[in-house]
Design a protein around this ligand. Sequence first.
Ligand SMILES: *[C@@H]1O[C@H](CO)[C@@H](O)[C@H](O)[C@H]1NC(C)=O
Ligand SMILES: *[C@@H]1O[C@H](CO)[C@@H](O)[C@H](O)[C@H]1NC(C)=O
Ligand SMILES: *[C@@H]1O[C@H](CO)[C@@H](O)[C@H](O)[C@H]1NC(C)=O
Ligand SMILES: *[C@@H]1O[C@H](CO)[C@@H](O)[C@H](O)[C@H]1NC(C)=O
Ligand SMILES: *[C@@H]1O[C@H](CO)[C@@H](O)[C@H](O)[C@H]1NC(C)=O
Ligand SMILES: *[C@@H]1O[C@H](CO)[C@@H](O)[C@H](O)[C@H]1NC(C)=O
Ligand SMILES: *[C@@H]1O[C@H](CO)[C@@H](O)[C@H](O)[C@H]1NC(C)=O
Ligand SMILES: *[C@@H]1O[C@H](CO)[C@@H](O)[C@H](O)[C@H]1NC(C)=O
Ligand SMILES: *[C@@H]1O[C@H](CO)[C@@H](O)[C@H](O)[C@H]1NC(C)=O
Ligand SMILES: *[C@@H]1O[C@H](CO)[C@@H](O)[C@H](O)[C@H]1NC(C)=O
Ligand SMILES: *[C@@H]1O[C@H](CO)[C@@H](O)[C@H](O)[C@H]1NC(C)=O
Length: 869
Amino acid sequence: MDTTSTQIASGTILFLLLLFFPYLSIADVIYSPVELFSINCGSSSNLSTRDGRNWTADIKFLSENKDSVAAPALTPSTLEGPYTDARLSHSQFTYSFPVSTGPKFLRLFFYSTSYQNFHRSKAYFSVKAGPYTLLQNFNASLHADAGNEPGDYLFREYCINLKDGDRLNITFIASKTSQNPDSYAFINGIEIVSMPPFLYYTNPHDVDITGLPHLVGVNTNLFPIENNFTLETKYRLRVGDQEIPASQDTGMLRSWDVDSKYVTTQSVLSLDIGPGIKLRFTKIPNYTAPDTVYRSVRNMGNNGTINMGFNLTWQLPIDSGFTYLLRLHFCQLNPEMKNPGYQSFFIFVQDQLVEKWADILSWSDKQEGVPVVKQYVVFIPGNQQETLNLSLKMHPNPQSLAKDAQINAIELFKINNSTGSLAGPNPDPDRLPETPKVPLQRPNNKSSGTTRTLAAAVAGAVSAAVLLSFIVAFFLIKRKKKMGSKEKDETPLGGGLSSLPTNLCRHFSIAEIRASTNNFDEHFVVGMGGFGNVYKGYIDDGSTRVAIKRLKPDSRQGAQEFMNEIEMLSQLRHLHLVSLVGYCYESNEMILVYDFMDRGTLREHLYDTDNPSLSWKQRLQICVGAARGLHYLHTGAKHTIIHRDVKSTNILLDEKWVAKVSDFGLSRIGPISSSMTHVSTQVKGSVGYIDPEYYKRQRLTEKSDVYSFGVVLLEVLSGRQPLLRWEEKQRISLVNWAKHCNEKGTLSEIVDAKLKGQIAPQCLQRYGEVALSCLLEDGTQRPSMNDAVRMLEFVLHLQEGAVNEVTESEDTEDVFSSSHSSLLFSDYSKSTALSMATNVGDCSYGSKDSEERSIPDHLFSEIKDPKGR
Ligand SMILES: *[C@@H]1O[C@H](CO)[C@@H](O)[C@H](O)[C@H]1NC(C)=O
Ligand SMILES: *[C@@H]1O[C@H](CO)[C@@H](O)[C@H](O)[C@H]1NC(C)=O
Ligand SMILES: *[C@@H]1O[C@H](CO)[C@@H](O)[C@H](O)[C@H]1NC(C)=O
Ligand SMILES: *[C@@H]1O[C@H](CO)[C@@H](O)[C@H](O)[C@H]1NC(C)=O
Ligand SMILES: *[C@@H]1O[C@H](CO)[C@@H](O)[C@H](O)[C@H]1NC(C)=O
Ligand SMILES: *[C@@H]1O[C@H](CO)[C@@H](O)[C@H](O)[C@H]1NC(C)=O
Ligand SMILES: *[C@@H]1O[C@H](CO)[C@@H](O)[C@H](O)[C@H]1NC(C)=O
Ligand SMILES: *[C@@H]1O[C@H](CO)[C@@H](O)[C@H](O)[C@H]1NC(C)=O
Ligand SMILES: *[C@@H]1O[C@H](CO)[C@@H](O)[C@H](O)[C@H]1NC(C)=O
Ligand SMILES: *[C@@H]1O[C@H](CO)[C@@H](O)[C@H](O)[C@H]1NC(C)=O
Ligand SMILES: *[C@@H]1O[C@H](CO)[C@@H](O)[C@H](O)[C@H]1NC(C)=O
């Protein structure tokens, strides 16, 4: 069954939809909790946070408080929430909440830092709720240092169900041992939210047993979630591009993280499917998950042959020795899958077959847009001290017409063991991340001297994740105000910020920013971007010039990109990347401060400009610089970073004409393991520069940047825009025109008139080869950025050689005179440039250790391959 063309078509439609409807709708609050307590432990005042939560003082809920103390955090929290103070004690203390019958979410918020008279590393304690042990001998600092969660903030969520007339008593007990006589217990925040009775607990009167949890291994056995079980949320993952914050849940303040960290095989993500189709909640209640969860799916890809060869796999780290409840969410919105039986797949949990005919349509009574949940209970044997992976695998059933598998969301809960415990082990201190998370502080050396500013400056040493949380919260509040709805907001902790920059940058107050831009005087505007204006500013008493990018507060898309940009930039330093100086987040302003680039964008020096024309050599140097910047993005950081919006306006020039790649707003971490050869994601980028392969397949690899860079190379050569609608048909697209000319052997036609006579013939030839190889249709045949750097360096070398010694004899075969297949680098290996590069590395995706690679031999043979067209 060939579904490729229709998938490409639907991909195109999706792309168009994304262009026109970039904003997702906001979930209505479907469920209003009867009870909601948000407690700011250790604080005597009430606190309303921007996430919509009203935190109240804890004293009236303390039932046993003789020895407990309230103390402020010595390192002020940079995350908004109940973190300024904590309740701490060397002995036991209890909170008692009057709650009615029925299941509740119990959420615990911890900020692992030192408090007055309490050293961070001495926090070592157990937490019990009623008869259940939630945490036992919990070493908070060790958990924070293990870095599974953002920053030094720890968040735990439980589902607990009490018998009639109970109070919910939560007890904190310091774990005293002879080695730790002065250990203590602490808590920063507690939240209790009621939930619908049968959301996770099994309705004993449920007649439809297909929705009940089945025990893995003995599939015929049901394993109902009894009312007296307590569950700990381990994962709540939606398949998609962005996490769903608590405020956008169906009313229970759950946050839905993204699953990409846990997918270990290749896959394709489709977002915002069937926006016109209304979901019908006939199989599960409408509060089960927000609508958006069911509108994005992950599947295996569009090649059934390849799909038959692997299992779509997730690996979820868990503690052994416990039983787990796994909930899988599905919804069929793909119009291709009209009939039950068309697509069915196997599901394996812990390598045991749990479904051999998983057919979403037949589960949903043959109707599209009907969400369903399948539940499995799996026991993981072991001694409670190990961390293992729980695996979920999906594979097409060979008898199915469509050879694919798909899923929308995964929830995983740990169930209390027979002694009522949920406690897992502390992380192994010997296996902490190599570089501990240093709270890098770069104090604002311009502090005005008042303690208040000083505190602000310290607080200003904020990790970007923290800032991101604020931004999330900010946008949610913004939107909430607009909607006039009562929805609650998330705590940033639950928000699933999966990657944290380790670098921090300078914090600016809004007053400083206003002062440096004459209160955002429009005369200071030096650029306008999709998400706001860029101002020129002066800081440090006017001694330093900076570019100040002020985000428009009303663009959700912008927020995400803004967040990415801080995250990316704060981690990256390179001669050919624009440096982030700092940021400001205050008074609803989100501002980034960059080094100022005197000469503006590359485009401003190529066309539609009064600037003098750049010489060919200058242009080559700029291309080499930009290529080096991109190469660093792809290989220099911990993970491959894909820019996603390479274009001539995102290459800036400093006063010495050094090219600097800017604007990582669309960046995205690339494949992490070599088994994941691409990240699939919604298509973003700028018209004229988007890799057709990425656009069609929504498979993003660093080769998409290579393509866009190829377009820039042509812009540099021709001095015109990538698309010129008023040009004659053949010349509208610069790429097509260049390819056409190349085939005719007349590439010199496209050369900028201002460059006439400057380009040495063999240099033009080589340059054309580089540009066109970057533009090959098949991404795998394009050179890596490293190869592009080497080739451009060689071109520059040729140009310099041609200028210096006119007598240099080079192979002058006119590669542009014949067909595309003549893109030969035949004599490259003989060149002197190659002596710079020694070892022949591979050019596999995501390889990080390739700083000094040369152009691999097989690359040349691939480029020679005419199939690349
Ligand atoms: C959710 O379902 C309930 C019961 O079926 C219904 O009364 C309610 O209107 C639904 N809410 C929304 C927002 O669809
Ligand atoms: C805090 O809020 C609670 C409940 O909303 C209220 O009863 C109490 O008076 C408030 N306390 C202060 C100090 O404002
Ligand atoms: C918090 O307090 C504000 C003002 O009193 C109120 O409008 C809002 O509904 C409260 N939020 C919650 C979650 O109770
Ligand atoms: C907890 O972990 C810290 C390291 O973060 C360590 O110094 C301390 O000794 C540990 N406490 C106990 C009781 O193991
Ligand atoms: C909870 O604490 C309250 C107050 O200390 C006490 O009266 C009650 O018996 C406790 N309930 C349970 C179930 O332990
Ligand atoms: C929990 O509930 C199950 C079934 O309702 C019951 O058999 C069991 O005895 C209960 N356990 C406790 C400790 O109450
Ligand atoms: C699917 O992949 C196989 C193996 O790589 C290849 O032979 C086949 O042509 C591909 N089919 C499509 C439709 O791309
Ligand atoms: C998929 O996973 C199952 C369960 O582990 C295994 O039996 C099967 O061989 C795997 N299939 C492929 C193609 O890897
Ligand atoms: C769990 O899976 C991940 C990803 O495949 C792997 O890196 C990790 O080593 C696995 N952990 C264990 C304990 O097997
Ligand atoms: C969880 O705790 C309850 C009450 O203590 C107990 O009845 C139940 O068996 C426990 N669950 C498991 C899976 O052991
Ligand atoms: C339950 O879990 C706790 C904490 O991990 C452990 O100490 C206890 O031995 C477990 N109980 C059983 C019966 O496995």
